[in-house]
Design a protein around this ligand. Structure first.
Ligand code: SAH
Length: 404
């Protein structure tokens, strides 16, 4: 039985050959053979009939094909997926992380388009962003669970991009075979997991928390920023969530103020501080924009400030407003820092490039009449790899600056 073959135009083929893993609907010329069924792997060909490899096909998304393999001679079967999962696990082993919370599978960057899996200590959280991955999710989740010796398993398939694939939104615990547990509920009840990161103990809420429970992509930046803290220095973590930066800073002896708009996030951060016996953190429920302005007006000063806001630009049209937002908080932070102070300025917006963010930060420094040097240009933790041929996989920016 010959599988369906997708024929793509010259632009699509050129991008495919360059390593880009997506083919847009506008680059798809049509199908040869039977139309692909749901989640059926398709062969990919160029206009001249040359075989380019294998892809998942999407009926609904603007992204028509997502590359599974660039090798047309490869067989994409159960063993193929097991090999990809094993390679993803082996990569994380090689990183020798000082953490048992990390991203195990990062979609396209691990050759498994649309599949996300995060480990939090004994527990595993999975996410399928495409219809094809959703269809094979139970099998892959069960394989991962076995390979990691994980305890409980959860799905956080309540992420909105699934709608672009016509998928329902759901969250809950999965049975060992990867299928949803029958009496799953709505996913509102917390599911606590414990993990050890750089020798600190953290709790995560795998069902009620943001993302899959935590911002593991910032994990290596927590330690990198803390390296600039010294005993007694005053630090502000203005968007603290469950305390990744704040706890790392406090452990270095900094006197930390950790602020967030979300009450549950602060409660969790406070509980995390207590578990680690860290008493040098104060928790403030506040809108960071107001808090920074208030401190600016009242003359409060800091030696280190972390700005890790939510994505201000969820799409391109939001960029001007996002620029104003990033400039505003960075301007305030520059004004609040003592000479020699450190600013960690982050953005997790896909649509904000590193260069654009740096420009806005530079403009903020100029407006604050402060001179700064760039110490480090950082990105997401290495367990969230950036696929060289796909710039979009690099989304987290974290600049460390020193103010004069
Ligand atoms: N720094 C955290 C992740 C922060 S995510 C870490 O490394 O784990 C962004 C956080 O900002 C969320 O916890 C969200 O509740 C909070 N937030 C969103 N808008 C805010 C605002 N205007 N002021 C303060 N916190 C805000």
């Amino acid at each position: 039985m010959t599988p369906p073959a997708a024929v793509i135009n010259d632009r699509g083929s050129a991008r495919w050959r360059g390593g880009y893993p997506w083919v847009y609907r506008t680059e798809l010329l049509g199908f040869e053979g039977p139309p692909p069924g749901l989640a059926q792997v398709v062969a990919v060909r160029d206009r001249r009939g040359r075989e380019l490899g294998w892809a998942d096909h999407s009926e609904q998304s603007r992204i028509a094909l997502r590359r599974l393999s660039g090798d047309a001679t490869e067989t994409v079967d159960e063993t193929f997926f097991r090999r990809r999962l094993a390679a993803a696990l082996a990569y994380r082993e090689d990183l020798r992380l000082d953490s048992n919370a990390y991203r195990v599978v990062a979609g396209e960057a691990d050759g498994l388009p649309g599949l996300i899996a995060d480990r939090y200590g004994d527990d595993l959280v999975v996410q399928a962003l495409t219809a094809a991955m959703d269809a094979r999710l139970p099998r892959l989740a069960a394989v991962l669970r076995g390979a990691l010796g994980a305890g409980r398993m959860f799905e956080r398939n309540d992420i909105k991009v699934r709608r672009l694939e016509g998928l329902e939104l759901r969250a809950g615990e999965l049975a060992p075979d990867g299928k949803p547990l029958a009496a799953g509920g709505s996913g509102a009840a917390p599911a606590w997991a414990e993990a050890r990161i750089d020798g600190l103990e953290f709790r995560f809420d795998l069902l009620g928390g943001q993302k899959t429970g935590g911002f593991l992509d910032q994990r290596e930046n927590w330690a990198a920023v803390a390296a600039y803290a010294h005993p007694g220095c005053e630090a502000l973590d203005a968007f603290c969530y469950q305390g990744g930066f704040a706890l790392h800073l406090a452990r270095r002896g900094a006197r930390v103020e950790a602020a967030d708009l979300s009450r549950p996030a602060l409660e969790l951060a406070e509980a995390n501080a207590q578990r680690n016996g860290l008493e040098n953190i104060e928790f403030t429920e506040a809108n960071a924009f107001d808090l920074l302005r208030h401190y600016d007006e009242t003359g409060r000063r800091f030696d280190l400030i972390v700005l890790d806001p939510p994505a201000f630009a969820k799409n391109r049209s939001a960029l001007p407003a996002a620029a104003r937002g990033y400039k505003e908080i960075n301007l305030r932070a520059f004004r609040l820092l003592r000479p020699g102070g450190i600013l960690a300025a982050c953005s997790c917006s896909h649509h904000v490039s590193a260069d654009a963010l740096l420009e806005w930060i530079a403009a903020a420094a100029a407006d604050a009449r402060r001179e700064a040097v760039l110490l480090e240009r950082r990105g997401q933790a290495r367990d969230h790899p950036v696929l060289l041929a796909m710039p979009e996989t690099e989304y987290l920016k974290c600049f460390l600056l020193r103010v004069r």
